[in-house]
Ligand binder design. Structure first.
Ligand SMILES: [Zn+2]
Length: 452
């Protein structure tokens, strides 16, 4: 089975438009780590894939954390007394610091200023700020707006609520032949920010759509969760499911024009780390492979030592490294259809490796089998051996029950898809047999295996 062939049948441009259109639908919603914005987002995702939504009450202990109060906002502004709005939440939800407590006051400019944030280096951008775990309120505005504020009084209103409610997360589970799972995780807690948030959500949703209805080796679990506290809450409530995760990817910042970055799992040599690095080497220009660090996105929780899951993080530009990060410039122009579609293609190719990475035994281990009489030698003709024939020779030589197809792809320098196609053909011709052990992640191989 080739998921990539399935993807390529749909076409990159059409897929890109579909992804970008979905991002545009979700863009205006004021999301946070709790509240109605995240619920509305899950309703939209749920119209595309089967999404089970879970509500966890505020105050629930989750490991060393406590599920926070729920935050909702209806309106906010700064205005001259009796005058028109100078800073208006209805123009951009970034204008209000996320989790701002309710305020209704008249303040002097000097009283107001400690609650204002702007970016002098980018005077027309609005910064994105949060204060989840310390009760506070604030406004974010462009530096041009900040400089235009005159001495005098200002009417300040934040019509929000911060009270006991729920933390909401969504999961989509696609059953495969094995109960062993592949986890795809994205955060869904940022308001109108496109690359940091919506790119991951839209690509993960489209990947779930692509995988649903396929005959899958693994079961797949897609998690849409608020950053940090969402992953901690899910892990605290789902220890059994966490134990079934064999491979995982956190998807974030994958819609911009930057080259791909893959941050390895804490293990560093997990099958997902090798699969992602291999795919990026063959399907993208100048990818960078980063070692694990205990900072970044929700991979920090999956890779905490008590879980130590084989979960890496796929990005284009790395969070914090691009000027648009956490500003109003991370908008729908910053993520482009073809970039989103290219990221989905890379994810699909990585899933292809996981789905098809098996070990085989050659039925002719003593000297090369005669490929010519089976019409398996140089079928494409021309100069040199050709990739097809070369892949067949590599697969036959290294199919000794020890080497996986990914081992062979890495050693030969050939793309996994060529190695996998060769193995499928040779199996069909009776020249290979599938070995019993089908998991190649050595750290997992020792654990009891589910039936395939
Ligand atoms: Zn962020």
């Amino acid at each position: 089975m080739s998921l990539l062939n399935e993807f390529d049948r749909r076409g990159l441009a059409e897929t890109g438009q579909e992804l970008h259109g979905f991002a545009a639908d979700l863009y205006p919603i004021c999301r946070s780590i709790t509240g109605n914005g995240i619920r509305q987002t899950f309703e939209s995702i749920g119209r595309r894939i089967p999404l089970r939504v879970t509500e966890v009450p505020s105050g629930t202990p989750v490991f060393d954390w406590i599920v926070p109060k729920e935050w909702n906002i209806r309106d906010a502004f700064i205005a001259r007394p009796g005058g028109k709005r100078i800073v208006d939440f209805r123009c951009s939800n970034l204008h209000v610091m996320s989790y701002s407590t309710p305020v209704q006051a008249t303040l002097s400019l000097s009283e107001l200023k400690p609650h204002l944030a702007s970016l002098p280096g980018h005077p027309d951008w609005i910064p994105y700020r949060t204060s989840y775990y310390e009760e506070n309120w604030g406004f974010c505005l462009s530096h041009d707006q900040m400089l235009a504020l005159q001495e005098g009084d200002y009417e300040v209103c934040i019509d929000s609520t911060l009270e006991d409610g729920h933390l909401t997360y969504g999961e989509c589970y696609l059953p495969g032949r094995s109960t062993d799972e592949v986890l795809i995780s994205c955060h869904s807690c940022h308001p109108s920010l496109a690359n940091d948030n919506l790119s991951g959500i839209t690509v993960a949703t489209a990947l779930a759509q692509l995988l649903s209805g396929q005959d899958l080796r693994y079961s797949y679990r897609f998690l849409c969760i608020p950053g940090t506290i969402g992953a901690i809450t899910w892990l605290a409530r789902n220890p059994e499911a966490a134990r079934r995760i064999r491979h995982g990817l956190v998807l974030t910042c994958i819609g911009d024009a930057g080259g791909f970055h893959y941050k390895k799992s804490r293990r560093g040599d997990a099958e997902i780390d090798r699969a992602a690095a291999h795919v990026l080497r063959h399907y993208s220009e100048s990818p960078e492979i980063l070692e694990f660090s205990p900072y970044g996105y929700v991979e920090r929780q999956y890779c905490s030592p008590g879980f130590n899951l084989a979960v890496g993080c796929l990005m284009r530009s790395v969070w914090g490294s691009f000027p648009e990060y956490h500003t109003s410039a991370d908008n729908l122009n910053f993520v482009q259809p073809l970039q989103l579609a290219g990221s989905l293609r890379v994810c699909t190719a990585i899933m292809d490796v996981l789905e098809n990475n098996r070990r085989y035994c050659s039925q002719n281990p003593c000297c090369e089998p005669q490929l010519g009489r089976r019409n398996l030698y140089r079928s494409t003709g021309g100069e040199g051996l050709g990739e097809e024939t070369s892949a067949r020779l590599w697969v036959l030589n290294f199919s000794d029950g020890e080497h996986s197809l990914l081992d062979i792809a890495e050693r030969s320098g050939l793309p996994f898809a060529s190695i996998s196609d060769a193995a499928e053909l040779l199996l069909e011709k009776g020249m290979l047999s599938l070995t019993e052990a089908t998991t190649f992640d050595r750290s997992v191989a020792a654990q009891p295996r589910a039936r395939f």
